[in-house]
Design a protein around this ligand. Structure first.
Ligand code: HEC
Ligand code: HEC
Ligand code: HEC
Ligand code: HEC
Length: 170
């Protein structure tokens, strides 16, 4: 009885140790983003309403609609017309990286911490080139600089105002 119990406990300890080592290694290894690392544009919208409103009016926010019902489940199409499984269209995280680890407020306010947790500026050539490949359809070939200029400014510029009390200010 006692002997069997000990064997069981030893096996349990071995299994637990293996699990802890596995988790520790998994945390250390650079990982490929998993589907549930993507939180969705609506979560970003809570703190970035202007960026969200801008994005909603871009072709990226409709990219999934270019696909028919079967194509929406075809990995040959969803790789570029969606962000992750269950996340249709080219959402924020397709350019800024999966948000699961950087979206909490205490991380986001510290841009260095946010970068370490996976936030990307979005302006890297590789971000766009992953989808805007030579064989993607389009009347004109993809012009990185011109396309980036369109994507860079999410927030409409505020009209410059003369400081209160300045000469000529109302
Ligand atoms: C809890 C609020 C919050 C959420 C949720 C949030 N952010 Fe942020 N984000 C901030 C704050 C605060 C800053 C820093 C101040 C600023 O630049 O507006 C910031 C900055 C940024 C920046 C600029 C970083 C830089 O280089 O200066 C990007 C890009 C960004 N967020 C993208 C996202 C994306 C994409 C999501 C969703 C996956 C997201 N954020 C979710 C609050 C948030
Ligand atoms: C390598 C990335 C990539 C893959 C894979 C891909 N597409 Fe696209 N697709 C694009 C890009 C980028 C555009 C926009 C090109 C442009 O406007 O310059 C586009 C545009 C389109 C358009 C025109 C959209 C519109 O609103 O005018 C359709 C339709 C389309 N793709 C269907 C598909 C289908 C169906 C598949 C799967 C068989 C697929 N795509 C696979 C990148 C891709
Ligand atoms: C097609 C790629 C792309 C998508 C999609 C995208 N962004 Fe960006 N984002 C960029 C680029 C490029 C910049 C400019 C970075 C720079 O100038 O260094 C940027 C800048 C930002 C900034 C910082 C400055 C600013 O203009 O506000 C924030 C915050 C941000 N994005 C949030 C978001 C959120 C939230 C979404 C989704 C609602 C989103 N982005 C969707 C590419 C993208
Ligand atoms: C996940 C794939 C993906 C990424 C990443 C991506 N795009 Fe796109 N982009 C698309 C698809 C798909 C379309 C076509 C959407 C449609 O029309 O249905 C598109 C459309 C566009 C358009 C609109 C074309 C037009 O009608 O003028 C521009 C501009 C553009 N992308 C620029 C960029 C830039 C710049 C980046 C990098 C900062 C980028 N994209 C990153 C997939 C992507």
């Amino acid at each position: 009885m006692l002997y069997r119990g000990t064997v069981r406990i030893t096996a349990l300890i071995a299994a637990l140790t293996a699990a802890v080592v596995f988790i520790a290694l998994a945390a250390l290894l650079p990982r490929v983003a998993a589907a549930d690392d993507y939180i969705g544009a609506e979560q970003c919208a809570a703190c970035h309403p202007q960026e969200y409103a801008w994005w909603k009016n871009t072709a990226h926010a409709r990219a999934g609609n270019a696909l028919g019902p079967t194509e929406q489940r075809d990995p040959r199409c969803t790789g570029c017309h969606s962000t992750a499984p269950g996340k249709p269209h080219v959402q924020c995280e397709a350019c800024h990286g999966p948000g699961e680890h950087y979206w909490p407020a205490f991380v986001m306010v510290d841009v260095h911490l946010a970068r370490a947790a996976g936030l990307r500026s979005g302006a890297e050539r590789s971000t766009c080139n992953g989808c805007h490949t030579a064989d993607a359809p389009g009347i004109r070939p993809f012009d990185f600089e011109a396309a980036l200029a369109k994507m860079r400014r999410h927030v409409p510029p505020t009209p410059s105002k003369a400081p209160a009390g300045a000469k000529g200010a109302p």
